[in-house]
Structures are given as structure tokens and as C-alpha cells.
Design a protein. Structure first.
Length: 271
């Protein structure tokens, strides 16, 4: 009887999951740094409004479309504006958490990669929040935009002077968009369905929402995309090829003197 060995899958799916408690602490720590780090620029009102005027002027110099052209799409009725505000308020964190949980359970190596990318982007974003406080376009009179959350609801922000839960002057870059784009890229990379490009609908809808609700400028999206691109370039993607040790385990075990050489098949040799 011929001996036959199955190859050891040394790709990402075979990677051991990181310890759950450690990962929970890391993710919660990242979230707390994100929340409390944004608070550090609270009170820089004058600088935030001055930077808002600069960004608005830069966009016009670059001939970017006005944010109002997107908002006009949402103002045809109360329903669209309300749905956009709801999406802005409820999808950002839950979608990212669900993405990380799924990767942790099903694609451990991709989970580590995605967590590192998100941490890199978030850390760089916090530095920019500190260095360049920015009032969103809904606060900029020159933009002439409607604060859709205030008018149509729901709103996640209170008056800037009394809002102690969030920093409303941390518009650049847009982590709403940066995280949404990473979720789509991560799922496209980690899955094999022919429908996986549809995950790009998430950042596309997020783009329309954050600009249409006057929470972000086009420049916020551009900077977030650039930061994500840099993070993806410096954080190694899990390799799908077998390691040297894995390839060694694919070798056929000795079959004994009675075995016929032509029937000894190396599983995976044709892959």
C-alpha cells in the first residue's frame, strides 16, 4: 500500500490566533487612545476655524467640487438626510469591530495585518489632529452648508463648547473614511468570492455620507487615503505561499520497498 502525505497548510489560514485577552486589551487601548487623544485639541477653536478657511481655499484652488454638490443629493427629502445621519452615527465603529472579529475568527494572519494597519493609520491621524485642528464644513460659514444632523437628526454631537465626549475640531483626516476603506480592502484581500469587490460600496457610501452631511471636506478624505496607502506599504501583507518548513512537510513519506515509484504522488506538487 502506497504511503501518501498531505501538505501542511502554512498559509494565513493556518496561523495561530493571537491570545484573545491580549487582543481585546490592544483594541480597547487603541479605542481609548483614539477617544482621549482627540480631546487634547479641544479648545483650539480659533486655530480650527482658521485652518477650515485655508482648507476651503485650497480645495477651490485645486478645483475640487464643492461639498455642497454632494449635500444637494441628500436634501431632496428628510428621509435621505436622516438615513445619512444614521449611517454616520451608527456604522463606523460597529462595522470596523465586526471586521476585526471576523478576521480574528476566520483569518488570523489577516487579522494581525489589519489591526496593525488600522493602528498605524489611527496613530498618524491623531498626530495630524494635534498638529492641524480643523473645524468641519458644517461649522464654516463660507461653505454655506447645512448641519444635517442638527436639522434632520440624529446627531452624535452636542454644541462644541459643551461637548465633552468628542472633539469636533479633528476633521482631518477622516477616520470614518480611512477605516471604511481599510475594511473593504481587508475583506477583498482575505476572501475569494467573485463578489468581493462589492465591499467597496462601504467606503463609497461612507464618502457620500461624510461629505453630504458636512462633517468632512474632500481634503480630509484625500489625506486619509494617503495615510492608509502609506500604512499598507509599510505593514507586510500575510504571504499565501507555504513556508520552507511547510514545504518540507509536503514531501512524500517513504513507501517501503514494495511501492511503485510512479504511483507515489506528491500532493500539492501541481499547485
Amino acid at each position: 500500500m502506497n504511503a501518501r502525505t498531505e501538505p501542511s497548510e502554512a498559509g494565513p489560514s493556518a496561523t495561530a490566533r493571537p491570545p484573545l485577552v491580549r487582543e481585546l486589551l490592544l483594541v480597547v487601548g487603541l479605542f481609548l487612545v483614539y477617544k482621549f487623544g482627540r480631546q487634547l485639541v479641544t479648545g483650539h477653536t480659533t486655530e480650527a476655524y482658521r485652518n477650515a478657511g485655508r482648507v476651503w481655499d485650497w480645495e477651490r484652488t485645486l478645483h475640487l467640487p464643492e461639498e455642497g454638490s454632494v449635500q444637494a443629493l441628500l436634501l431632496h427629502g428628510d428621509t435621505l438626510a436622516h438615513l445619512a445621519n444614521t449611517y454616520y452615527a451608527t456604522v463606523h465603529f460597529p462595522a470596523t469591530v465586526a471586521f476585526l472579529v471576523w478576521l480574528y475568527l476566520r483569518r488570523p494572519a489577516h487579522y494581525v495585518w489589519a489591526r496593525r494597519v488600522l493602528a498605524t493609520v489611527t496613530g498618524a491621524a491623531l498626530v495630524l489632529h494635534l498638529a492641524f485642528p480643523l473645524a468641519p464644513p458644517r461649522m464654516l460659514a463660507a461653505a454655506g452648508l447645512v448641519d444635517t444632523a442638527k436639522v434632520y437628526g440624529p446627531s452624535v454631537y452636542g454644541p462644541p463648547q459643551t461637548d465633552s465626549l468628542s472633539n469636533q475640531f479633528a476633521a482631518m483626516p477622516s477616520l470614518h473614511f480611512g477605516w471604511a476603506l481599510m475594511v473593504a480592502i481587508g475583506l477583498i484581500v482575505a476572501t475569494r468570492s467573485r463578489w468581493r469587490p462589492l465591499w467597496l460600496l462601504h467606503p463609497l457610501v461612507t464618502l457620500v455620507v461624510i461629505v453630504g452631511t458636512a462633517n468632512h471636506y474632500w481634503m480630509d478624505v484625500i489625506v486619509a487615503t494617503a495615510l492608509l496607502g502609506i500604512a499598507l506599504a509599510v505593514v507586510d501583507l500575510p504571504r499565501r505561499t507555504a513556508t520552507t518548513a511547510g514545504r518540507a512537510r509536503e514531501r512524500l513519506a517513504p513507501a517501503g520497498p514494495a511501492a511503485e515509484p510512479e504511483k507515489n504522488v506528491l500532493v500539492g506538487a501541481a499547485r
